[in-house]
Design a binder for this molecule. Structure first.
Ligand code: C5J
Length: 223
């Protein structure tokens, strides 16, 4: 398959490509969660859920591999890099009790993926203690076991966990595509400049494209 993308068309073979959905968790997206408590307008992030849902459904329909990540730490925070806890809003740090349970702690209500995008049986779910999906997780080994060489990214936030994961993937030899309308930031100008940065200089980190051409390629008539 090949779809129009920036800086040039993105070619991929579905059998060797995974859809990677970064941190579409209640704590970042729903009112009353960590993101809102930090003073952010979460409606910006909630707005991409329908577009992500459409891609997820099409990807499942085409039989592609799906990976979900969650920014999640052990209850004793032994896997939490100290800087993550010490920087940020001192009134509400990782591990503190928030409106939807302990902030970014595995198993807490706010740590779950939003119901619209909830994983189904057979999909891979990675709990990651860093911003990147590869740091301190077995993701690279899992992808290698599945023969994956290409990754299509969606999720939040564009300039933090999505960008870090895409850069980590690029350094490990994966060809990454970011779906522009399926990612968002609390700071729209950060999203805009991240999208530009990733695809600059001939695709220095990877490709970007809207989801429409991917949906057309995944439709039974497009395959
Ligand atoms: C942040 C994330 N923004 N998932 N996490 O802290 O991007």
């Amino acid at each position: 398959m090949q779809i129009p993308a920036h800086p040039f068309p993105y070619g991929f073979d579905l059998a060797h490509t995974a859809l990677v959905i970064i941190d579409m968790q209640r704590d970042f997206i729903e009112p009353g969660g960590f993101g809102e408590t930090l003073g952010n307008d979460v409606s910006l992030l909630a707005a991409i859920v329908p577009a992500c849902q459409a891609v997820l459904q099409a990807w499942r329909g085409a039989g592609g591999l799906v990976v979900h990540t969650r920014e999640a730490h052990r209850p004793d925070l032994s896997d939490c890099p100290p800087a993550k806890r010490l920087r940020g809003n001192p009134a509400l740090r990782i591990g503190d009790e928030g409106p939807m349970g302990r902030i970014l702690v595995a198993g807490e209500p706010g740590n779950q993926i939003v119901p619209e995008l909830a994983p189904v049986g057979g999909e891979i779910v990675i709990d990651k203690p860093g911003k990147g999906a590869f740091y301190a997780t077995g993701l690279h080994e899992i992808l290698q076991d599945h023969g994956i060489s290409h990754l299509v990214f969606m999720g939040v936030t564009t300039e933090v966990c999505v960008q870090t994961s895409m850069r980590e993937a690029n350094d490990r030899g994966y060809d990454g595509l970011l779906l522009e309308d399926c990612t968002e930031s609390y700071f729209p100008h950060f999203k805009a400049v991240t999208v530009e940065m990733l695809r600059a200089q001939g695709g220095i980190i990877g490709w970007t494209a809207p989801s429409a051409p991917l949906l057309a390629a995944l439709a039974p008539s497009g395959r």
